[in-house]
Design a protein around this ligand. Structure first.
Ligand code: FBP
Ligand code: MG
Ligand code: MG
Length: 347
């Protein structure tokens, strides 16, 4: 009889990997799991309750907030506030970072950056959406945590994960020792280990990019898209184009099957659209831990300096060989002096 291992049991078991662990990170991951279940309950019945549609408020990105953006944001912040292990929350839906100043959190040392609902444009049309989270240990020890504690490089993450609300609901995370996936079993209300030790295929034949912006992409990206579409059975081309409009859904599919997701710079988003602190860095950590690669097309995402809470970045992320190939096209056709990493290979 196959035994079930719940997220809670797995986290406790893995705590042994960290000799000095006192259980704070375990409890923080538990709190995120609880909020994910509450949000999942509402998403599953989105069409039946008044959670469809937009609010009147606009977030700092100039986007009209969806009712579910606000609901998910409130649920995660409230779970982190009452759990006692988080001292600052940085959320896509809040202009500023939020200091958690409750009695229970006065010794809390963890920072949580979060995209409460990823793929918001899909919530009203029943396409998979997600939640993305990134966890850091605070740098400043005395007094209140500050913005500096939030603006740490991606390499400083102690954990990162996402929840995908799709045909099933899964929570996938890493603490820097591999990537594991848990599927929510509604009958027992628990996330159960279903995808232990996820490894991303080194190569694949799926590319994900919003080709509607083709004319606004750098030449290197245009050339790479053409490369994906050329007939060449020896290299599995033409690749298949898959783009859902939910970064989490596209990355989760590619993590399992292999593939590449690109959101490069465009005329509308000269620095890229996706946000470094709570979208690019956590996904880069997970994908790298699964054996994939994540860059701006030039530089490693996790090495990027973080200057602003809602800073944007171009992102090329996925199977190692596919991202390398796309980077080679950028170097050949859209040369830019890489600020951090020197690339050797040129086509
Ligand atoms: O519609 P576009 O420009 O292709 O953008 C889609 C991208 O924007 C996002 O929806 C941005 O995330 P949010 O929904 O959290 O704002 C990504 O999930 C997705 O990959
Ligand atoms: Mg998002
Ligand atoms: Mg969002």
């Amino acid at each position: 009889m196959k035994t079930v291992k719940t997220l809670g049991q797995f986290i406790i078991e893995k705590q042994a990997d960290f000799p000095f662990a006192k259980g704070e990170l375990s409890r923080l991951l538990r709190d995120i799991g609880i909020a994910a279940k509450i949000v999942n309950r509402e998403i599953n019945k989105a069409g039946l309750i008044d959670i469809i549609g937009e609010t009147d408020s606009v977030n700092s990105h100039g986007e009209r907030q969806k009712k579910m953006d606000v609901y998910a944001n409130e649920q995660f912040i409230s779970a982190l506030r009452s759990g006692g292990e988080c001292c600052v929350v940085a959320s896509e839906e809040n202009d500023e970072h939020i200091l958690i100043e409750s009695e229970i959190s006065k010794h809390a040392k963890y920072i949580v950056a979060i995209d409460p609902l990823d793929g918001s444009s899909n919530i009203d049309v029943n396409v998979s959406v997600g939640t993305i989270f990134s966890i850091y240990r605070r740098k400043t020890v005395e007094g209140k945590a500050t913005l500096a504690d939030v603006l740490q490089k991606g390499t400083e993450q102690v954990a990162a994960g996402y929840v995908i609300y799709g045909s099933s609901t899964m929570l996938v995370y890493t603490t820097g020792k591999g990537v594991n996936g848990f599927t929510l079993d509604p009958s027992i209300g628990e996330f159960c280990l279903s995808h232990p030790g996820i490894k991303m295929p080194k190569d694949g034949y799926i590319y994900s990019i919003n080709e509607g912006y083709y004319t606004h992409f750098p030449l290197g990206v245009k050339k790479y898209i053409k490369y994906c579409q050329v007939e060449d059975t020896a290299t599995n081309r033409p690749y298949t184009s898959r783009y859902t409009g939910s970064m989490i859904a596209d990355l989760h599919r590619n993590l399992i099957k292999g593939g590449i997701f690109l959101y490069p710079t465009t005329a509308q988003y000269p620095n890229g659209k996706l946000r470094l602190v709570y979208e690019c860095n956590p996904m880069a950590f997970i994908i790298e831990q699964a054996g994939g690669t994540a860059s701006t097309g030039y530089d490693r995402i996790l090495d990027l300096d973080v200057d602003e809470l809602h800073q944007r970045s171009a992102i090329f992320i996925g199977s190692e060989h596919m991202v390398k190939r796309a980077e080679d096209f950028m170097l050949a056709f859209s040369p830019q002096q890489p600020s951090i990493v020197q690339h050797k290979k040129v086509i």
